[in-house]
Design a protein around this ligand. Structure first.
Ligand SMILES: Cc1cc2nc3c(=O)[nH]c(=O)nc-3n(C[C@H](O)[C@H](O)[C@H](O)COP(=O)(O)O)c2cc1C
Length: 260
């Protein structure tokens, strides 16, 4: 493929990264990665041109693209740059996240050529979307990438591409406001600092790992899933209720990836 392939992804607990790389590997094994999970990687602007192909992967938070990513995406500029949009959700629904991602990038100089909604284990619980993306999901991601490669190779000029249409509604669903909930830390904590090092919002104090800034925390559960001694957990009535609802309704069904 003659285009330079780049990946941009945010992945607090690893699911979005796996899917986005799975799609990329179907296109080429030569790609540049912009892992924007760490806050220090969301500072600089990034610019692309028509010789680039960009794959953008984001997790779905409350049926939308996380707000802090929408804010950062204003710094990513294309210039007739072909792009592939990927949303990864926790087996409930991706609602309006894919259309929001597409609209955001298309209004910033990118031309959407394909898009996909994939499934990963839910951040809140291992009981929903358990072990996803699995081998079948990654095969689908790879095949999706290979199809994109073929599509581009058989194309003489980008204007031949039909307009990309994805599932979702405009106006997008309202963002829900959640009370300021942060993870608790129990006495098992060994002060290893992994939680603070990998917190994508820089919300955990490096001087006191129990001190978590509720204004910054997005409840991505990175600290909970990465803690080697299970010292972190969220124990809040609202969070527990949401998680119970997810387990009751989405732990025994299997949603499949959708490609557009
Ligand atoms: C704050 C928050 C809101 C979420 N909202 C949804 C949702 O609306 N629908 C859904 O299916 N999954 C939802 N999830 C689950 C994530 O979309 C899913 O676990 C995602 O794959 C995590 O990506 P990651 O592993 O790259 O961090 C939510 C997760 C978080 C942390």
């Amino acid at each position: 493929m003659s285009k330079r392939l780049s990946l941009i992804y945010f992945s607090a607990t690893g699911g979005t990264a796996k899917v986005t790389k799975g799609v990329a590997e179907g296109i080429s094994d030569n790609y540049k990665e912009y892992d924007i999970t760490s806050p220090i990687n969301r500072k600089e602007s990034i610019t692309f041109d028509s010789n680039d192909l960009v794959i953008v992967g984001v997790p779905v938070y409350a049926g939308r693209v996380p707000k802090f990513l929408i804010d950062f995406f204003t710094k990513i500029k294309g210039n007739h740059t072909p792009a592939v949009f990927i949303t990864v959700y926790g087996n409930r629904n991706y609602d309006d996240a894919l259309i929001e991602l597409k609209d955001t990038f298309e209004s910033n100089g990118f031309i959407g050529i394909s898009a996909g909604a994939f499934i990963a284990e839910h951040s809140n619980t291992t009981k929903v979307g358990t072990n996803r993306p699995d081998i079948e999901d990654l095969k689908t991601a790879n095949k999706f990438g290979a199809d994109i490669k073929n599509k581009l190779e058989n194309l003489e000029d980008m204007s031949q591409l039909p307009k990309l249409i994805v599932k979702g509604n405009v106006p997008y669903k309202e963002r829900i406001s959640v009370p300021p909930i942060v993870p608790d830390t129990n006495d098992a904590c060994t002060k290893c600092g992994i939680c603070a090092k990998y917190c994508p919002m820089g919300a955990i104090s490096i001087n006191n790992f129990k001190d978590i800034d509720a204004a910054k925390c997005v409840r991505c559960c990175s600290c909970i899933k990465k803690c080697p001694v299970n010292a972190k957990s969220i124990n809040h009535e609202v969070f527990n209720k949401i998680t119970k609802g997810l387990i009751d309704n989405f732990s025994t069904i299997r949603n499949e990836p959708e490609c557009f």
